[in-house]
Design a protein around this ligand. Structure first.
Ligand code: FAD
Ligand code: NAD
Length: 467
């Protein structure tokens, strides 16, 4: 006799969303989370706290650099990072409590314990005091997420050589911060400290920042961040980072193989994340992990054991909260006998710098490499009346369409509120819109969304109206 229809291990956005959907579909559902708050990386040490600090630091930056031009004079201004972190902690705890409420509302049983597979239908739960219990279940969903990655020579000591988790809890603004990795975390958390007055230097292995995104956007973001005070050291191979007691020393090889030494107060290691499966008992059921540490799944997100599924950061694909959520819903609906679908080609990606970066679909480089004939439309944010009114004039929108069919294949932007603007492109592409379709849709004036229409006009016969 099973205790549950489904047990979910891990309460991040993959796990908790899946639990809600399973319960909505009438399954007796349990979720196991080894920490005493729900919400996983995203709510506790990821999306939500980083955005809370990004918002606070952005207010400070605007007050310092832009308010006077708007006619707002301040007699004194001080960044209180301790208060910013306290506010961030409140936001986190309110959001995590929200998940507790949702679990209650949907009658999902919550175990604050480590979950470990004993066999395909038995899970051992070990609670925070070490007490063990066995639970029987028909199905299992593994949603154990990820942890920060690092390479030899840059092992975080969580004191001066830190990961995003420690960076989110610093209460003093460092004078100088080295960031290894010019990806999403490096640039978002780098932005927080840069806006508060820290000298931020990024040491990146690739020849550009955000190297997986469209080159035009990467170039534009580099320009914007340099103007704000960031320094970038591209094509640098980190050899060794040392905690010197009062700071850090980083040794890297530049592209000519010359040894360069950097000194700073702290070093943030932000070179990606790795799937987390420690203590999960995968070996007891014969589930193997691949070379990248990911649990292998088929197109139904099913592991090699038919009643065990896996979702989110612990499997292949983008390590994003919204991707994990979609997969959580997918498995729940599959278990209920439905025929769900995820369009992996249309998962939007965002970098919460200011202006924000957002993208969906293919980059120009990917399309060219695939030999697809394309046309490109572009529109600068500074040409918008809305942008001048708000003094947010940096950035551009780029739309790439198939040269022959006009179907939109990729939309890339760096713009104010790009994280929200990108959804127009996602909806359009889901319905396989042409650039002409977007160009003919009436967009409200004055808004940043007009840049999307104008870029579409530019892609179709270069007929943008306002440049
Ligand atoms: P997780 O959120 O990692 O949750 C896994 C949970 O499983 C954890 O709570 C863990 O404690 C638990 N667990 C693990 N093993 C066990 C076990 N054996 N028993 C019980 N519990 C276990 N993504 C975005 O889309 N947008 C953003 O803005 C964004 N910002 C980010 C900022 C930072 C600083 C970081 C680090 C990440 C950010 N991400 C962002 C990525 C996002 O957080 C992850 O993609 C997302 O959390 C993955 O969800 P998940 O459910 O797969 O796993
Ligand atoms: P990332 O993959 O975005 O960036 C890592 C960067 O480090 C890359 O630019 C890479 O070229 C560089 N790098 C790799 N090895 C290096 C080395 N040895 N020396 C120097 N540079 C090196 O990873 P991240 O920024 O750590 O973020 C981890 C994950 O979390 C990402 O997959 C991302 O999807 C997710 N995340 C998302 C958001 C968001 O959606 N806004 C925010 C934060 C994190």
């Amino acid at each position: 006799m099973n205790d549950f229809d489904v047990i979910i291990i891990g309460s991040g956005p993959g796990g908790y969303v899946s639990a809600i959907r399973c319960a909505q579909l009438g399954m007796k559902t349990a979720i196991i989370e080894k920490y005493n708050t729900l919400g996983g990386t995203c709510l506790n040490v990821g999306c939500i706290p980083s955005k809370a600090l990004l918002d606070s630091s952005e207010h400070f930056y605007n007050a310092k650099h832009n308010f006077e031009e708007h006619g707002i004079k301040l007699s004194s201004l001080k960044a209180d990072l301790k208060q910013m972190v306290e506010r961030k902690n409140k936001v986190v705890s309110q959001t995590c409590d929200g998940i507790k409420y949702l679990m209650n509302k949907n009658k999902v049983e919550v175990f604050h314990a480590t979950g470990s597979l004993v066999d395909s239908t038995t899970i051992k739960v070990t609670d925070l005091e070490g007490k063990e219990k066995m639970l029987k279940t028909k199905n299992v969903i593994l949603a154990t997420g990820s942890k920060p990655n690092f390479f030899p020579g840059m092992e975080p000591d969580k004191d001066r050589i830190i990961t995003s988790t420690e960076a989110l809890n610093m209460t003093e603004v460092p004078k100088k911060l080295l960031v290894i990795g010019g990806g999403v975390i490096g640039l978002e958390l780098g932005s927080v400290f840069n806006r508060l007055g820290t000298k931020v230097e990024v040491v990146e292995f690739a020849d550009r920042i955000i190297p997986t995104m469209d080159k035009t956007i990467s170039k534009e973001l580099t320009k914007v961040l340099k103007k704000e005070g960031f320094k970038f050291h591209l094509q640098h191979k980190v050899q060794k980072v040392t905690n010197t007691g009062k700071g850090v020393q980083l040794i890297a090889l530049d592209k000519k193989n010359k040894e360069i030494t950097f000194n700073a107060d702290y070093c943030l290691v932000a070179v990606g994340r790795k799937p987390y499966t420690d203590g999960l008992g995968l070996e007891n059921v014969g589930i193997k992990i691949n070379k990248r540490g990911q649990i292998e799944v088929n197109e139904n997100l099913q592991t090699s054991v038919p009643n065990i599924y896996a979702i989110g950061d612990v499997i292949r694909g983008a390590m994003l909260a919204h991707k994990a959520e979609e997969e959580g819903v997918f498995v729940a609906e599959l278990l209920a006998g439905q025929k769900p679908h995820i369009n992996y080609d249309l998962i939007p990606g965002v970098v919460y710098t200011w202006p924000e970066v957002a993208a969906v679909g293919k980059t120009e480089e990917e399309l060219k490499e695939a030999g697809i004939e394309i046309k490109v439309g572009q529109f600068p944010i500074k040409a918008l009346g809305r942008a001048r009114a708000s003094m947010d004039v940096l950035g551009l929108v780029k739309i790439i369409a198939d040269k022959n069919t006009d179907e939109v294949l990729g939309v890339h932007m760096i713009a104010p509120r790009a994280a929200d603007l990108i959804m127009e492109a996602v909806v359009a592409m889901e319905y396989r819109a042409s650039a002409e379709d977007i160009a003919r849709i009436c967009h409200p004036h004055p808004t940043y969304s007009e840049a999307v229409k104008e870029a579409a006009l530019d892609a179709t016969e270069k007929r943008a109206l306002h440049i």
